[in-house]
Design a protein around this ligand. Structure first.
Ligand SMILES: Nc1ncnc2c1ncn2[C@@H]1O[C@H](COP(=O)(O)OP(=O)(O)OP(=O)(O)O)[C@@H](O)[C@H]1O
Ligand SMILES: [Mg+2]
Length: 479
């Protein structure tokens, strides 16, 4: 979509406005609003007052000049120039804004004036009044401010013209006073506005800040914080809604935790029962089935000594070979189910045997290093580590196409760490998603004991599994 220039400008302004805090926005609105209002008010009032006062000044000037013209008639007619000058000076003295006054004869010559020394050049003819005019007004800049020059014909122009100049300085002074008054009012209103805005910000931001802090805590999984309902307005309703939401979340979280604990306990129970069952069957196979098979082998061997039949000898030999194979299989099954070494000798022996058997069966070089010290690990940790390593090796054989495998198990300060590393083709997240229970089961076993399992893999360097399971610190052991 093509944006017009004004749309782009609006978007840009919105980005700038949006980037500042609410505090700055509210303060900005108050300052800009107050300033705009007072500037507009000051300009309008200045214009109105100036035009009103100018009208007033002009009409006052006209009446002063008319009065002067009426009173000057007699002095002009008797040619009493001294009295005429006195009249002009008196007019000026009675009206402070009259800057000058003078009288011209019908030909335009100066009869009398109030200027002490020389009469300003050009002023005489600056505002020529026709005989048929009642008055004539001219506004000019005297160099010391604006002056309203008003001319009124004397005796319909037959006796000359009376001219009076009125200074606009009164108007300028008054307008200046008015402007400063508006300015002072603006400052006062602005101060009140800013104080009100600061209060509004405080009232609005306090509950919002509290909500932000509480929301961050909720995001981290802490559902305990509650916010205060400061007022019965929309923000108060928001606080109530937030508190209801966190209470609901806390309740759901509690139920989830309870279910999780239950699931964990059930799973631990299932695993323990499964291990017990496996242990029982393995023992049975080892102590009963394997013993019987061994007796069978001994019996078959004894057959050789009991009779001389060579045919029977061959058959007995074959049967011994088969029985030996079955005995191996039984041992193998018993070992897969639960190696007696795990219960009798401990994890290092069981892992060594597991790796050795695995290597023999799959013809892939494998080595194992186990450093667990003298003290045995808790039974459930030993079982979990054995099963995890067993499944990891099964996966390497089934999926990795590896040339070498290594297993390391090490006891550290307060945890036991196991690493199963292969140099196979590696795996991707998608593979794990496709997987069934192997990797998920390994992870579950580690997590049930408060540990974790991480996988690092690449197509160039194969797959490494890291398993960490916490264990209680051994008495007297240094960290
Ligand atoms: N060492 C490994 N090297 C390469 N790929 C592997 C390795 N271990 C696991 N994988 C991949 O991860 C997938 C998931 O493994 P997982 O053990 O969960 O399932 P599985 O072995 O396919 O089936 P099962 O549930 O019987 O164990 C496998 O299908 C395989 O693609
Ligand atoms: Mg598997």
């Amino acid at each position: 979509m093509i944006k017009t220039y004004s749309e782009k400008l609006l978007a840009r302004i919105w980005v700038i406005i949006g980037a500042v805090s609410v505090r700055v926005k509210i303060m900005g609105i108050v300052i800009i609003g107050t300033l705009m209002l007072s500037v507009t008010l000051a300009l309008q009032m200045r214009e109105l007052v100036t035009s009103l006062m100018e009208q007033q000044l002009e009409s006052r000037g006209i009446s002063i000049t008319r009065d002067l013209a009426a009173r000057a008639t007699d002095d002009i007619l008797v040619n009493d120039l001294y009295s005429l000058r006195q009249l002009l000076l008196e007019t000026q003295a009675n009206n402070p804004d009259v800057v000058y006054a003078f009288v011209l004869d019908p030909k335009g010559n100066i009869l009398a004036h109030t200027f002490g020394e020389g009469f300003p050049a050009g002023l005489q003819n600056a505002n020529p009044v026709e005989t048929n005019q009642h008055h004539r007004t001219l506004l000019f800049d005297s160099g010391q401010g604006l002056v309203w020059d008003i001319g009124v014909p004397i005796f319909d122009g037959h006796a000359g013209t009376a001219r009076v100049g009125l200074s606009e300085s009164v108007i300028t002074k008054n307008v200046l006073m008015l402007t400063s008054q508006v300015l002072i009012t603006t400052v006062v209103v602005l101060a009140i506005g800013l104080a009100a805005a600061a209060f509004l910000i405080f009232v609005l931001s306090r509950p919002i800040t509290e909500l932000v802090v509480a929301t961050r805590a909720v995001a981290k999984g802490d559902f305990a914080p509650r916010v205060r309902r400061w007022a019965d307005d929309e923000i108060g309703e928001l606080a109530d809604a937030f508190n209801t939401m966190t209470a609901e979340l806390a309740h759901s979280d509690e139920i989830r935790r309870e279910r999780e604990d239950l699931r964990r306990q059930l799973l631990q129970g299932v695993i323990a029962t499964q291990e017990d069952e496996r242990r029982r069957i393995a023992r049975e196979l080892h102590d009963s089935t394997a013993q019987n098979l061994t007796s069978l082998m001994v019996g078959l061997k004894n057959l050789n000594t009991l009779c001389d039949n060579s045919q029977l000898h061959v058959q007995a030999q074959d049967l011994r070979a088969i029985t030996g194979q079955v005995l191996d299989d039984v041992h193998n099954i018993a070992f897969q189910l639960r190696p007696t070494a795990l219960d009798d000798l401990g994890l290092p022996a069981a892992i060594e045997r597991l790796v050795h058997e695995w290597q023999k069966r799959h013809q892939i070089p494998a080595d194992s290093v186990v450093h667990l010290g003298d003290q045995r690990l808790p039974e459930n940790v030993e079982t979990a580590l054995f099963r995890i390593i067993q499944e990891a090796l099964t996966n390497v054989a089934r999926h990795a196409e590896a040339r070498n495998v290594s297993v390391l198990v090490e006891r550290r300060a307060n945890e036991v760490v196991a690493v199963v590393e292969d140099d196979g083709k590696g795996l991707e997240l998608a593979d794990l998603a496709r997987g069934r229970l192997g990797v998920a089961g390994m992870r579950e076993r580690a997590e049930l004991l408060g540990g974790k399992m991480t996988i690092e893999s690449s197509t160039s360097s194969g797959t490494s599994l890291f398993i960490q399971i916490p264990i209680p610190r051994i008495e007297g052991e240094s960290v």
